[in-house]
Design a binder for this molecule. Sequence first.
Ligand code: HEM
Length: 477
Amino acid sequence: MFVITTFVLSSLLIILLSFFVERVSTGRLSRKLPPGSFGWPFVGESLSLLKATANGVPERFVIDRLAKHRITSAFKTSIFGERVVFLCGPAANKFILSDKNEKFVPWWPGPSSKMLGPSILTMKGEEGLLQRKILGTFFGPDNLREFVGVIDEVARKNIEYQWKVKEQVETLVAVKAYVFESACRLFVNVDDPRLFSRLSINFNIFLKGFFGLPINLPGTRFHLAKKAANALTRDFMMLVNQRRMELERKKALPKQDLLTHLLAQVDENGKFMPEIVISKNLLSLLFAGHESTSCTLTLAIKYLGELPHVYEKVLAEQQEIAAAKPPGQLLDWEDVQKMRYTRNVVFEVLRLYPATNTVFREAIDDFEFTGYNIPKGWKIACSASLVHKDPVLFSSPESFDESRFDNSGPAPYTYLPFGGGPRMCLGKELACLEILVFLHHLVVNFKWDPAMPDERIRLNPVPTPAKGLPVRLLPRK
Ligand code: HEM
């Protein structure tokens, strides 16, 4: 009895103390924080979030807490070792995402993001905006239109060597090879097969450790990922030097790929981007676009295999585009603009499975939202699937209905697969281009059936079919 009483009393004391310490440390004894719990010491509520994510319903984490506290707008929690406030709903999304670097800066969870080094993904405030400005011109439609042919060549090659030679394909593996090669062609235009294979091997080691447990001991995935990130950076530095010389000797064109674009750009003060920042940006951009684009394309292929009426409409659109071109001629920007129905299908895939479900920011200063005071330094989160699966915003939210994107599409800040506002995904256009060009070639060449019809979707951390979506191919005559 004595032991139990002591245990209960000391637990109460710890809870009271942590409450007091938290209030004093944030200096807000009199301020009103949103309701919520910081969960267990050290892990906070990370395990509940991981559980909801592993079950494929990350929005559950948010919905359960809103229901528990009978609120609709905000709750506090502790995840990834940080104090985090979820601000919920379209008005909150607008409040967070439309900010112009005045209240918030972008933030990415986990210690792994340090591996990326100084780049667009990690630089904050003015520095981050400067990176965005310089990179933005490359990823805008005016420049990307010049690269449709390159992406088309890579897609044709992938279909030829990874699909046409097989009766059954593991979609995710084939798609990842395509997405990696098209990014490498666009970013650094590598044609040496040995260098390409080294980049590909190191990139895969890097990805495995990036998303794993952050234990930095020899032999762990995290440790190997750090080494792989260094090896990738060395190769990019080597390419930077090589390309600089080629530019000087007029053996490379100033706009031939992202690397030459970055070497040629100067900021407002007439300064070139430092070589290490160019290399880290290349790594960060490869990273930002790889898993997200691969999983979205894979899931689009999954739905097209499962929904014949959608497949037939995509096929009709793509056959019309193919029929209007001389045989063998590469797709161009105008062809991709004609893929309206296919684009709606991709957007619906992203509504059901946004690759990045939660978008984070960090508060630069104390701020107030719907009567709650949120301290400086806290992380702010908005959940895409919370709005995407809200029956008030999207009727029958669990069903696949690409017609939601006809006409003007969803209301502002209700659809967030690419985030929003001034820090919205930089690679949105490129991702759509890669996905649409690939789907064009896939549907005009094949119909397909899922080899494992009940395959589960895991969030790992991006949504992917658990077995990589094996499909049986039925070539079109
Ligand atoms: C279907 C594919 C993709 C999805 C779903 C996606 C999603 C996102 C999301 C949700 C964000 C956060 C936006 C925010 O904070 O408001 C983001 C940021 C970003 N994405 Fe993507 N992305 C995709 C593909 C790509 C590609 C192909 C690239 C690059 C080549 C890329 C580069 C970036 C960059 C650089 C940022 C940070 C932008 C900034 O902080 O200013 N993404 N992406």
